[in-house]
Ligand binder design. Sequence first.
Ligand SMILES: [Zn+2]
Length: 236
Amino acid sequence: MSDLAELRVKLAMSSRMLFNAGLVDYSGHISVRIPGSDHLLILPHPVSRATVKPDEMVITDFEGKLIEGKYKAPSEVNMHARAYKARSDIQSVAHLHNHMVATLSMVDKPFYPATSNPGAFFGPGPLPKYMDPALIHTIEQGDAVAKALGKADAVMLRGHGSMVVADSIEWVFAGCVDLEEAAARFYKASLLGPVLVYSEDETQRVMKQRRRDSVVQKLWDHNVAKTKLAGLMDGI
Ligand SMILES: [Zn+2]
């Protein structure tokens, strides 16, 4: 299987896994940089995230222009495109309308690392927040989201959701799962009293234990199994 064919398969798998985990519904998308090019591979706009097939993925450039594919790209493709343009270390991007992160983004209160497993991929300091609630349709808006992301692994989009970035599809998938779980725990804990947020030293020590390929692979394999059990991996 060629590299591109393998990326198409992994992207379709991860989309169905995000759907099965309740992290995307009819919208939300994941993409991957095509190595050695100024192009990205992303889910098409109209196809269900629960059933998308490898050969339905579309290719765009870093200005969001469709290069190849029988469908149009998602309307927020420039969020992905400009993240790749801004940071050469980013190999995969996901945009989610994830419920708990979107909820936390709606309050004027920082979302700090405060839970180890999962949720240890973020920090130190609070998760950055992009304040404009409009959808990301232009290159300029995509650049502004990339600027708000800075060097972080994820950015909250106020009243909207989040963008998660990493150097592989597997790490982005793990980041999506962990971020939503961390947000759910943070929300529940904050109802009980002031949250005992991690100090920078605590965050670093926990991240050292948790930021491992073996942990990410375990999370990936578990979700492959769960998604197969749900009958959502047919045709891949
Ligand atoms: Zn969106």
